[in-house]
Structures are given as C-alpha cells and as structure tokens.
Ligand binder design. Structure first.
Ligand code: PFF
Length: 497
C-alpha cells in the first residue's frame, strides 16, 4: 500500500512541529532533575556548551539527511550508503523504548491537569500525593490510556491538521508561563540562593559523569539520534531554510529547559526543600516542585488555580506533541520501509506501547522507568551518536551535507570547517570515550553512576538496562539481515549536487 507523504503547511509549520517534538516533558521534568543531581551550575554550563555545539550541528545534519532523501531514517541511511542501513534500524528502535514510559509520564501530567481543573490544587502539593498516586497501578494505567488515546487521535489526524495547530498556540504560551513562574519563584525568600547554585559553576564538580548526563540529555531533548528529525526533514520541500529553522528549534528548546531549571532551584530553596535536591532524584522530583511553585505564586487562590490549569494544559499538549513525534518517527520509518498502512502501523504501535507501559505502573515501576530512561540516554543514544557521526563524517561527504544545511540560508551559514572538526573528529572520539568509560564504571562501581547512589544494584541495572540495550542491538544489527529488499532503496546513492 502506498503512503502519501504529508508535508507541513507553510514555513512555520515545520519549525513548530520540530520544536514541538523537542520541547516536551524532558525540558520540564528531566532537565531540572539532572541539573539538581549533577551539581547545578556545572551541569548547566556543560549542557549549554554541548547543546549549541554538537546538539545543534547534529540536529541540522539529521534534518538535511531527511530533506535530501525525502525518506525516513531506515530508508534514508540505506539510500545514502547500504552499509549503514543498520543505523536506521538502530535509531528507530529508540522511540519504541521511549514511547511507553514517556506516555506513562504524560499520563501523570494529564492527571495533574484534571486535579487542577477540578479545584484540587491544595491536595497536589501535599508531600505524599505523588507517591500515593503512583503506588497503585489502576489510576496511572487509566491516565496513561487517556494520554495515549489523545496522542493516537492527533497522529491519525495527520501532520498538518493535528500537530501544527496544537504547537502553534501552545509553544509560545508555555514559554511565557514558564518565564512567569521563574520570575515569581525568584521572589520567594531564599530563592536567590537557589539561583546562585544553579548559575554558578563549581568546577570541582566537573566529571565524565556530568558530561555523559548532559550529552544524553542534549540528544533526548533535541529529539536527535532517534529517527525523528530525519522523518521531519523528509516532510520538507526544497525551499526550506534548515540552518535558520535549526537555530530557532535549538534555542526554543534550550530556553524552556533553562527556565524550568530556574523554577526548580528557586522553588526548592524558596520552600526550604533544598535537601531534597541531593537526596531525592529522578522522575518524581519535578512533580512535587511545580505544584508547590504555583501554589505560592500569588495570594489569590483563584489566580493560582487558573494559572495552574493553563500551565498544565500547555504541558499536556506539549507532551502529546512530543509523544506524537515519537509515534510519527516510528510509523513513518516503518511504512516507508515496508509499505505498511500508516494508520494501522500507528494503532499497532500504540497498543504495543500500552502493553509495555504496564511494567512502569507496577510497584517497581518507577525504578524500572528510571533505569530504562538512563540506559537509553547514556548508552544507546551515545552509541548511535558514535556510529552516526562516523557515517556522516566519513562516508556521506560532509561537503554535501553542509551544502544541504546552508542551501537557502543567507544570513547564517554553518562553516564547513566547523562541521568537519565537530562531526568527523571531536564527536566520534569524545562519544566513544564516554561510552567506554560508562561501561567500565558500571562494573567497577557495581551499578555505575546509577548504582549505589540511587540504590539500584548491578543485577537490576543489567536486567532493566542491558535487556533494553540488547534489544536495540538485535533490532539494529541482526533483524535487518533477515529482511527482504526494499523497493525504495534499490536505487544507489543519490547525494548529488
Ligand atoms: N524531546 C522530547 C522532550 O524533551 O520531552 C522527548 C522526546 C521526543 C524524546 C521525541 C525523543 C523523541 F524522539
């Protein structure tokens, strides 16, 4: 069955959809807790440097691969060089791993939205509220299903009709609201201490662990190394300006993360909860902090309640937007490669994600989620980063990739020398070092960076983490060997001028 390739309506359509994929729960939930965990200012500095250098460069490179080939990851890589088709498979499995747990967290946000809409705001700031909510599976499963259904509906409506409209309205609103909470939170007594901790790098905290965590978060947040930006690029036509659009996407993503970091630190210090920063880590942290910040916004309960509702509404739509891109990335890759019907692929995918997500709603769910999330970002994405930079830097002719990135850009042009140094040398070498270091650390510290401090032992790390990693490798390297040939990739390399 033929699938018609949809495209974005208008020039803004792409920017908003790609930014919609990048800006999501990761900015509000993952970035601040990593900053809290890895030393505040030092993590922030490392993150900013990596985002504007590697993150941005690799994101525009991926978009240009998609636009040039008009194909999604699996087919694009095999079209450019058959030897790298495994890389397309490898990258396409990442959204399959992220989607179930991302949607479980999306379900939590939807639940909070409901609580705020129904006037239960004061309850949501009580200490055990979140812990009680996730301690029995029934409620989280219910909210997950609602979230997943909303996502599936938007995907089935198509790129133009669904996601663009949602992003167009919600993205600027979220930026303004987060800015508002951040400024307000700064006025809490003691909050400036938090800002200081967040903005002042303590160089004694710099370590390979900080770099690894920041790099994984850059990839995760910018939705790179996981087939998505290639799929989105493939919807673009020749007139699009990738260099300029890439700057807008990268900076909106960075801005929302930086602001939500300010909210996290000011609120924690302002409400005297700063000790939690060191002791309590992981998925639950942001879920306690944001409601606390909002309840303290003003003296007017009504104002706070309305604000909370609008804020969580934005968050929910952005989470759907990102989940949408996860589904879209996989289903486009799959239907491009195997000619399956996109609707059926989408529905099947949502059902599979639904089944897998049940794991995250069990008693050990939060720990499994934490481990899988960490492994996905600090092993799988880093490994794909190594392979993808080698492929692009050494086999796809960087001159042509850079030309594609700069094609319609007049003001900003990516310097070729920069691209060569970053993608050919610095990225593959440093990512390889990080990857190997992470594995050595895992065994030396019996559980690695996610071992002792978080109470996960080597066995649970290996069960939850390696299993997922092994699945990716099997998908990437083994399965393609048994697949038949794909019609669309029978033509040889087409990366001509
Ligand atoms: N970038 C999104 C976020 O930070 O919330 C999450 C995400 C979306 C990750 C799409 C991966 C992805 F493919």
């Amino acid at each position: 069955m033929e699938n018609k390739r949809s495209s974005f309506t208008g020039k803004l359509g792409f920017v908003l959809a790609a930014a919609g994929s990048a800006v999501g729960l990761g900015n509000i939930w993952r970035f601040p807790y990593l900053a809290a965990k890895y030393g505040g200012g030092m993590f922030l500095l490392t993150y900013i440097v990596l985002a504007v250098t590697f993150g941005f460069t690799l994101m525009v490179a991926e978009i240009s691969l998609g636009r040039k080939t008009q194909l999604s990851a699996i087919s694009a890589f095999s079209k450019l060089d058959k030897r790298f088709s495994f890389l397309g498979y490898l990258a396409s499995i990442v959204p399959v791993i992220i989607l179930p747990y991302y949607s479980v967290i999306g379900g939590w946000v939807t639940k909070y939205l409901y609580v705020f809409a129904s006037g239960g705001m004061q309850d949501a700031v009580k200490d055990d509220y979140f812990t009680n909510f996730i301690s029995t599976p029934a409620e989280p499963v219910g909210w997950f299903l609602i979230f997943m259904a909303l996502t599936a509906i938007i995907v089935l409506l198509g790129v133009e009709k669904g996601v663009e409209k949602v992003s167009k309205v919600m993205m600027p609103v979220l930026v303004v609201l987060t800015l508002f909470v951040a400024i307000y939170a700064m006025f809490m007594p003691g909050a400036m201490e938090g800002v200081k901790y967040y903005l002042t790098p303590d160089f004694s905290k710099f370590s390979a662990t900080t770099v690894l965590a920041a790099m994984g978060q850059v990839f995760y947040s910018m939705s790179v190394m996981m087939a998505i930006m290639i799929a989105y690029g493939s919807f673009l036509d020749d007139s699009s300006n990738i260099a300029r659009d890439g700057i807008i996407i990268a900076f909106s993503d960075l801005a929302v993360s930086l602001l939500s970091g300010i909210v996290m630190f000011t609120t924690m210090y302002g409400t005297g909860l700063q000790d939690m920063l060191a002791t309590k880590s992981g998925p639950g942290l942001a879920f306690g902090v944001y409601p606390t910040a909002i309840v303290n916004l003003s003296k007017s309960g009504v104002f706070n309640a309305i604000f909370a509702f609008v804020f969580y509404f934005c968050l929910c739509t952005l989470a759907i937007d990102s989940a949408f891109s996860l589904v879209e990335g996989i289903s486009t890759a799959f239907s491009d490669k195997f000619g399956t019907d996109k609707k059926k692929t989408t529905i099947t995918l949502c059902v599979i994600a639904g089944v897998i997500s049940l794991v995250y709603t069990t008693g050990a769910g939060l720990a499994v989620l934490d481990i899988v999330d960490n492994w996905c970002n600090s092993f799988t994405l880093i490994l794909i980063g190594v392979l993808e930079t080698i492929a692009i830097g050494w086999f796809f002719k960087t001159s042509k990739v850079v030309k594609e990135i700069n094609r319609n850009s007049k003001k900003f042009k990516m310097p070729r020398v920069w691209f060569d140094i970053a993608v050919k040398f610095v990225a593959p070498v440093s990512l390889t070092v990080l990857f190997v270091w992470n594995i050595i650390d895992l065994f030396k510290n019996k559980g690695g960076i996610y071992g002792a401090a978080d109470g996960y032992n080597l066995t649970s790390n290996i069960l939850a983490g390696w299993l997922v990693f092994a699945l990716c490798l099997v998908r990437g390297f083994v399965i393609p060997r048994f697949k038949g040939k794909n019609k669309q990739t029978e033509t040889e390399e087409t990366w001509e001028d």
